[in-house]
Write a protein that binds this ligand. Structure first.
Ligand code: ATP
Length: 367
């Protein structure tokens, strides 16, 4: 992802200090971000955080209250939706039920002034791209949900927009199909080179597909970064908690030496991790530790080690989740990959053991 972005630095969408108010209610509070050409960019956040509002402002369905949006360098406030080189794929595919698949894809092209034969040729190519050529004569009702969604994609891609907006396009599909479509969408984005702006509330979906993710909550952008950035280096509690699973521990920072922070967890337990900017001695903050960064042993390891007792092991196929009770301290969730069971021990409930982590596994959160 990073290398690809470096090659092509042109900004597709530049959102500058954009605010959206509906009457007294502020749906977006001063958002600024740049989306690069060729990028698979995701707006991620819980319901109501404002991601659809931002997408609709880019599409031109909503006016910007304050600030501006630039598309390839041009301010677009006065450009109506149909004049923007932008197309949208909605969650409910909105196909015309009485038209064939081919005509559904060709329709938009004819509306844009292409001749019937030109439109049909192009529509045929698009159906090939989404691997539905053999169904071009069918009606939408004769296709599965996933296939209908691919028709909607083909239709949105046909006029060759520079930017494709996707508003939770996979949420109506069952889990298995959704996973397959995630890979297909990512592949399609690479193949066409079109900038994709994808809206989802599903963090796993965002991590799987995106070059970069903007994590939003309550009308504000919480963090912008690559999937690894967001997952490994969350800036705050919201991001750490919303993305993946984590142990969020209340700690007080007792000392900072050589870039290391010695933290107190209560119950006399102590953990050292890397210091971060904005967290000083005496701070009461949270530490985030991903369950897969913890491991268990009979004797204390040479790294950070805490004594505990096994409460429960939960088998979830690929992993085993273990709940560990620290005396007078918080419970820990430890994840052991099923394939690591040979060298990472699983203990019976009730067993006393140690929970360990490398220094770098704990992440202090500024708020
Ligand atoms: P979801 O995942 O549920 O679609 P979202 O993050 O896309 O959520 P938005 O649809 O952008 O959220 O809505 C953001 C906030 O703005 C919500 O609190 C919503 O109620 C409010 N809102 C959206 N449209 C309007 C409107 N036309 N008038 C008043 N408030 C609105």
């Amino acid at each position: 992802g990073e290398a690809k972005l470096a090659e092509n630095k042109q900004i597709a969408i530049d959102v500058r200090d954009a605010v959206k108010r509906y009457g007294d209610f502020t749906a977006l509070k001063t958002i600024s971000l740049s989306i690069m050409d060729n990028e698979f960019f995701t707006l991620l956040g819980p319901s109501g955080c404002g991601k659809t509002t931002l997408l609709r402002m880019i599409a031109g369905f909503e006016a910007v209250t304050e600030g501006a949006i630039y598309l390839f360098g041009d301010e677009i406030a006065n450009l109506p939706p149909n004049k923007r080189p932008v197309n949208t794929v909605f969650q409910n595919y909105a196909l015309f039920p009485h038209m064939t698949i081919l005509d559904n894809v060709a329709f938009g092209l004819e509306m844009r002034g292409k001749s019937k034969s030109e439109a049909r040729t192009k529509a045929g190519e698009m159906l090939e791209l989404v691997q539905l050529s053999q169904f071009s004569a069918r009606k939408p009702s004769q296709l599965s949900g996933g296939q209908q969604q691919r028709v909607a994609l083909a239709r949105a891609l046909a006029p060759q927009p520079k930017v494709l907006l996707l508003d939770e396009p996979l949420s109506a599909l069952d889990l298995k199909l959704r996973k397959a479509m995630q890979l297909e969408l990512k592949h399609l984005q690479r193949e066409t080179g079109i900038t994709f702006i994808f809206v989802t509330h599903d963090q796993e979906e965002a991590l799987t597909m995106s070059d970069r993710i903007a994590v939003m909550s309550a009308g504000e952008m919480q963090q912008l970064g690559s999937p690894t950035d967001i997952y490994e280096r969350p800036h705050n509690m919201f991001v750490a908690d919303f993305i993946g699973e984590t142990n969020l521990l209340e700690v007080s920072v007792d000392a900072i030496n050589n870039g290391r922070a010695v933290c107190h967890l209560g119950g006399g337990h102590e953990l050292t991790c890397n210091a971060v900017e904005g967290v000083d001695i005496g701070s009461k903050v949270h530490m985030s530790i991903r369950p897969e960064r913890l491991f268990m042993s009979e004797n204390p390891a040479e790294t950070e080690s805490l004594k505990g007792r096994i409460k429960e092991n939960i088998f979830v196929g690929t992993d085993i989740t273990t709940i560990v009770d620290l005396q007078d301290g918080p419970d820990f969730v430890v994840r052991t990959s099923n394939s690591d069971r040979g060298n990472k021990r699983i203990f019976e409930p009730g067993t006393e053991m140690y929970v360990n982590m490398e220094l770098g596994a704990g992440r202090l959160l500024a708020d």
